[in-house]
Write a protein that binds this ligand. Structure first.
Ligand code: DGL
Length: 308
């Protein structure tokens, strides 16, 4: 069990911000990442549909097999964490509870802002998670769906331009108009007197520098990635399932979208070259959601990686 990888998934590239922290905190652990790029974004979808995706990808990962599953997507955590924990035999860790915990630790005036997708904010999952830890903290939540588009577009900026240079230094190229949009979104939150802002979408840490400029240095930004990595480490440790030091470490990347694009943009998020990725068709995941018709070959993963 110790040598099995940790499974991680997201609607696309955002969850790689969690992979980055997991790899830093647990360098001896192997990872399998699924980015459901073909069905991204999850944010505007109905919770039932996102729950179905959670079951499909969770089943794909469980069959690799993996020793723990991380839902590295706030929208999917809000919709499907509880169900996934009931269905799968391995522990399932989401990103909302760790983010809420980090925010409660950080806030001094006990006024916390949360930005995320429509699905995450409408679920009320952050407010519940924060209140469960400290009922005296006031949470102001705001959906900022256009931030997801900004990250996706910024990551796609072509090579050889100023944009590319900026992309490689800040990961994402941010147009000047972003600041105006961000002020429109964030000024009302600031007026509520928040001293802490949770980046409640795994895409948003890639915008952290720009968001910090807009909210000012008096507001502490919280990304749940680090706290999630700590929770994963603690969970594996408690189960005596941490990898032995010095063992082989593998990193596999699987996408429902274009393999070449995933490798290129994913490498930008990770700031580390992704040498190969595998493709799994959406239809194969859908079949896994239906246990009677799951083709075993897909459960083992389809290698289609090529070298750059
Ligand atoms: N990364 C997803 C999250 O954390 C948001 C992107 C999407 O809408 O799919 O919620």
């Amino acid at each position: 069990m110790r040598t099995l990888p940790i499974g991680v998934f997201d609607s696309g590239l955002g969850g790689l911000t969690v992979v980055k922290e997991l790899a830093a905190a647990l360098p001896g652990e192997s990872l399998v990442y699924v980015g459901d790029t073909a069905r991204c974004p999850y944010g505007p979808r109905e919770a039932d549909e996102v729950r179905r995706f959670v079951l499909e990808i969770g089943e794909f990962l469980a069959r690799q097999p993996v020793k723990l599953i991380v839902i590295a997507c706030n929208t999917a955590t809000a919709a499907g964490l509880a169900l996934a924990q009931r269905v799968f035999d391995v522990p399932v860790v989401g990103v909302i509870e760790p983010g809420a915990r980090a925010a409660v630790k950080a806030t001094v005036n006990r006024s916390v802002g949360v930005i995320g997708t429509v699905g995450t904010v409408e679920s009320g999952a952050y407010s519940r998670a924060v209140r469960a830890l400290d009922a005296g903290v006031t949470v102001f939540s705001l959906a900022t769906p256009r931030f997801v588009d900004v990250v996706e577009a910024g990551l796609r900026m072509g090579p050889g331009t100023l944009e590319d240079w900026l992309s490689s230094t800040t990961e994402v190229f941010i147009r000047p108009s972003f600041y105006e949009m961000a002020r429109d979104y964030l000024n009302p939150l600031k007026r509520n007197g928040i001293d802490t802002l949770v980046l409640g979408c795994t895409h948003f840490p890639l915008l952290a520098t720009a968001i910090q400029q807009v909210v000012g240095s008096g507001v502490r930004l919280i990304s749940s990635a680090e706290e999630t990595a700590r929770e994963v480490a603690a969970t594996l440790d408690a189960r005596d399932q941490l990898a032995e030091p010095g063992g082989d470490v593998t990193r596999r990347y699987v996408t429902t979208g274009d393999v070449g694009e995933f490798r290129k943009l994913g490498s930008r998020v990770l700031r580390e070259r992704i040498p190969a990725a595998e493709h799994v068709p959406v239809a194969a995941l859908e079949a896994l959601g239906d246990p009677d018709h799951a083709p075993a070959s897909y459960a083992e993963g389809h290698a289609a990686g090529e070298d750059a």
